[in-house]
Design a protein around this ligand. Sequence first.
Ligand code: RIB
Length: 293
Amino acid sequence: MYDVLVIGSANADLTVRVARRPGPGETVHGTDLTESPGGKGANQAAAAARLGARTALLARVGDDAYAELLLDAQRTAGTDVRHVLVEQGARTGTAMIVVGPDGDNTIVVSPGANARLTPADVTAAREVIAASAVVSLQLEVPPETVRAAAGAAGEAGARVVLNPSPVPDALDAPLLAAADPLVVNEHEARQLSGVPDGDPPTWARALRERGARSVVVTLGGEGALVLDAEGPVRVPGIAVEAVDTTGAGDAFTAALCVRLAAGVPLAEAARFAVRVGAAAVTRPGAQPELTLP
Ligand code: RIB
C-alpha cells in the first residue's frame, strides 16, 4: 500500500548561478556547474518520501551515470524505486537551469528517457496504482502516458493530483476532470483558465467551470488560493529568505499529496504545503532536506 505514487519525470539538473541573466545574444559568467537530482516527478517523490509518506515513483531513466545519481537520491529519500525503469541506450533526462540572484530560475528540459515512458508502462503498473491512495502527475512525460495514468488511477479509485507543468496550450477535458486538485502557478492558471487578465480567484473559478474538481493556485511567497466545493480559501504565505526556488512547486505538490492521502481537507493540506514549499526555497537544489518553518 502506498500513500503517494508519482508518475512522471526524472532529470539530472545541471545548474549554474548568475549575478545577472544574459539577454538575447549576450554571454555572461556563471558559477561552477552543479549536477544534482531533479525532474518534477522525482522531486515530488523525494519530497513525499522525506515527509514520511509511503511513496513510489514510476519513471524512466537512461543507462548512464545520471540514472545512478537519481536512483541513489530516491533511495536516500526513502522512495520505492522498483518502478523506475531503465531504458537501455537512452540518456537520462536533463534540465539546464539558470538560477538568478533572487533564487528565481529558468529551466530548459531535454526529455531523454522521460519521452519513452509509455501507456504500456502505466498498464504494467496497474497493481501499484490500485494500491495507492493518491497518484500525482505532471507533464514532463508524454501526454498519452499522463492520460493513461489519470484513467487508470480513476478506475482504481485513487485520487489524482495534477500539476500541468510545463504548461500546454490547453488541457484536454478528461485530464482536467480527473484533477482533484489541479495545482497551478499563476502563469499556468492564466494560460489554462482562458482568463489572461484575471486574478487567482477568477482563474480558479474558471478552471473549475472547465471541469477540474478542485484547484490550488500557488502564489510563491504569497501562499496559495484553494477552491473546491466548500468555496475559496486563501492560505497566507510564510516569509523566508529564498536561496533557490527550483523544485519548490514540486515540494508543495508533494506535501499536498501526502496530507490528502491522510484524508485531510484540501485547504488544510494546502496550509501544510505552503510551509513545505517555503522550506524548499531556503536550500539549493530541487530535492532538498525539508526543515519546516
Ligand atoms: O520543477 C523543477 C524541475 O523542473 C527541475 O528539477 C527540472 O529537472 C525540471 O524538471
